[in-house]
Design a protein around this ligand. Structure first.
Ligand SMILES: Cc1ncc(COP(=O)(O)O)c(C=O)c1O
Length: 368
């Protein structure tokens, strides 16, 4: 019998994927967190040009210079903070950026404070890095209350993860609260990892980057959600120089560099006309309105999603609800997949066509 690493013994494969695989091929998928749009054609063309021009080898470990230049400009103009071109690493999706940040920051037994409910990878990547995930409960409106954060901090805690707009709640944290979290982090010597992958998908409120208030922040983003490019595996991070040096040690040995072709595609995505982003955002907003109106009519309670593409609804019997919908051809995700405080909720993704959303609403009405 092969003995596998103890470190991985308690880590489950993603429950969301299992559910999706259990559904029939014609099921309506409100389970997965990825845009159903195709990558815009000008981005695909840039990738084809890169292949034809022979940009098919390894790149600089941190990523091609022009892309890092575009990312630097974006951080400065959109997010309100400055980093050097050398202080950016282009990664294989936001997932790799999260992984190398946690590997660089966490020693065995260090605490990582994670919003709960929150994106499932935060909990598992913390454990893979040897850290202890500490669940930070939202208040009833899914706001991360600064007072709750203060009460939760213990001496062994090293990192606070923030994610606004949030997967799975769709909540956007306010400027005032983001500033308050950075002040608490500063007072307690916590590094913030800020996952901003849904930055462009905001329908109400504004996006505020913690790095505009505080130095010790690793800001993570990706082209995955913004440009319908999940399969291209292209993300990036910006951080102070000494952080980048450490994170690069992990990136260099596990990844070498992000895909050269995807880097040229991302360069086009970030620097070309942004109308495609606005078109997709408008469509997501219309789908959100359709779904929340239908759910409200059926009597469901949920926080109004202000960003991303998820609605997090309250249900009496989470497991039963998800199973019943699955049997009737609608895939959803149980709230417990997103942490202990997600119990009693179900996440519906509206990264699905309006006709699928209408059909799903009819099935939900029948099931309840
Ligand atoms: C909050 C959040 N961060 C990161 C990711 C991963 O992004 P990527 O596909 O760029 O690795 C996801 C994907 O669902 C997400 O929801």
């Amino acid at each position: 019998m092969v003995k596998f690493a103890d470190r991985l013994a308690e880590i489950d494969l993603s429950g969301i994927r299992k559910l999706f695989e259990a559904a029939g091929s014609d099921a309506i998928n409100l389970g997965l967190g990825q845009p159903d749009f195709d990558t815009p054609s000008h981005i695909k063309e840039a990738a084809k040009r890169a292949i034809d021009a022979g940009f098919t080898g390894y790149t600089h470990g941190k990523g091609i210079f022009e892309l890092r230049e575009a990312i630097k400009r974006r951080f400065s103009e959109k997010n309100g903070f400055e980093v050097g071109i050398e202080d950016i690493i282009v990664t294989s999706g936001a997932s790799e950026a999260l992984h190398i940040a946690l590997e660089a920051l966490i020693d065995e037994g260090d605490g990582v404070i994670i919003p709960d409910p929150g994106f499932v990878s935060y909990f598992t990547l913390t454990r893979i890095a040897g850290g202890i995930p500490k669940h930070l409960k939202h208040d009833e409106n899914f706001r991360l209350n600064p007072d709750t954060l203060l009460e939760r901090i213990e001496p062994q805690d090293r990192v606070l993860i923030l994610n606004s707009p949030s997967n799975p709640t769709g909540k956007v944290q306010s400027r005032k609260d983001i500033k308050a979290y950075t002040e608490i982090a500063k007072d307690h010597g916590l590094v913030i990892i800020s996952d901003e992958v849904y930055e462009e998908l905001i329908y109400e409120g504004e996006h505020v980057s913690p790095a505009s208030f505080y130095e010790d922040v690793v800001t993570i983003n990706a082209v995955s959600k913004t440009y319908a490019m999940t399969g291209w595996r292209l993300g990036y991070l910006g951080a102070p120089a000494n952080y980048v040096e450490e994170m690069l040690k992990v990136h260099q040995y596990v990844q070498a560099c992000a895909s050269s072709i995807s880097q040229f595609a991302a360069l086009e995505a970030l620097t070309a006309d942004q109308r495609c982003v606005h078109t997709m955002r408008d469509e997501f907003r219309a789908r959100r309105d359709l779904l929340i109106k239908g759910l409200a009519k059926l009597g469901f309670k949920f926080p109004i999603p202000e960003g991303a593409f998820y609605v997090f609804i309250e249900v009496d019997d989470e497991e039963g609800f998800v199973r019943k919908l699955l049997e009737n051809g609608v895939v959803t995700t149980p709230g417990s997949s997103f942490g202990a405080y997600g119990k009693g909720y179900v996440r519906l993704s509206y990264a699905a066509s309006r006709s699928d959303i209408k059909r799903a609403l009819a099935i939900i009405e029948r099931v309840v």
